[in-house]
Ligand binder design. Sequence first.
Ligand code: SAH
Ligand code: SF4
Ligand code: F3S
Length: 446
Amino acid sequence: MGSTVYLETIGCQMNVADSERADVRLRAAGFDLSQSPETADVIIFNTCSVRERAANKVFTRIGEVRRQRLGREPVVGVMGCVAQLEGKTLFDNSPSVNLIVGTRATDRLPELVNRALEGERRVIDLDERADGEKWDVPATARTSKYVAFVPIIEGCNKFCTYCIVPFSRGREKSRAASDIVAEIRELRDHGYREIHLIGQNVNSYRPGTEAGLEGFKGATAFCRLLRAAAATGMERIKFTTSFPRDFHPDIVAAIDEHENLCEWVHLPVQSGSDRVLRAMRRGHTASDYMARIAAIKKARRRMAITSDIIVGFPGETEADFRETLKLVGQVGYDALFIFKYSERPGTPAARLDDDVSRSEKTARFLELEEMQQQLQQKTYESYLGRVIKVLVERTSLKSDQDMSGHSTCHKVVNFPGGSAALGEVVSVRVTEAKPNSLYGQVTQAI
Ligand code: SAH
Ligand code: SF4
Ligand code: F3S
């Protein structure tokens, strides 16, 4: 029997996708993946550095897991963003760690794990492959049978002043469109009903060759990829995250023309104050951003819009924060992810004085959250009585009588289970608007 590996994921969807690839590579090399850290031979944490709390989580988890151990000491590995950034200092600071795998070394995980199992005490690989990453994950080996993440671009060249991602993930690298399209076709043929094209900034997609991007000359590469993806006939196609500066109106036109491109755009604004946006080096002003929103709102299809916001960036005044409240009020987001600024060592903003006090950050966070909840309630109520298509993904977390899934506009929708089967798309008539989800009754299975 092969050695057993327990793999735990912290962080964004890129990490989720990387863990899935790691899982597939490990199984192919003869390892067994295990759900129990208590007994596994190898424990690997796929880590996130985006905020201090996320970065510290791995250390708490290593401690917790080691206390639960039943047998001998496992190999403890750290992969992902913390691994890439901390490198070998992790060996010194966390003596139980004996394997460090950078963000570009996922494909080499099996051989690295084997070296650690054979007794090598400090195994580390932070290198990039000369011939690039192998992104493919076979449809037959994926965790979900209905929804699949398809990475299209990795890394980030934007260097927003607060952000660690360009350092942990390196420069942008786009995957060949022909490979992406082939993967979507394979997923479609295996019965997948929804895919998410993912990347730190999907709309910065710029592959080295035109292959796979036939037609629609003149449009941006991302837009041409969206159209090529739509042409595969995959039932539902979502994409995230979009970078405002590169959000070209041709994306809106493509969504309008292709029913299978889902009506949901995640377009993080971070702040409503031009002064703060400049200090963040986001490359857009509030009015540039609002022009993109206006284009989305003018579309034939009604689209859901979601965003990320940082409160308490260094130097953010009460007046700056009011600008953020104003912008949020104007847009009327379907959902908002709010973060308190967290200083990341090595980023340009870390040289600024982190001068918004903790209590002010919390007060701004709560005020924005409260405002969003009220606005969101209205948005959710506007769905009452409407019939929306929901992909049935799981039993509801709150009641095992109910099923749960997402709409094409990416809202969580719960409904009484009855005959709905996992992986089906059902029509649901919305009867209740909860704070962060909709509730309804199935009108028909499709
Ligand atoms: N590439 C995406 C975001 C990736 S990180 C974009 O540019 O929109 C996800 C979110 O984490 C960001 O949108 C931002 O809101 C938040 N974030 C990133 N760095 C942060 C920091 N140092 N402190 C607090 N929040 C941060
Ligand atoms: Fe970070 Fe900015 Fe890149 Fe997003 S675009 S990952 S916020 S540097
Ligand atoms: Fe975190 Fe790395 Fe993603 S820092 S948000 S896991 S790219």
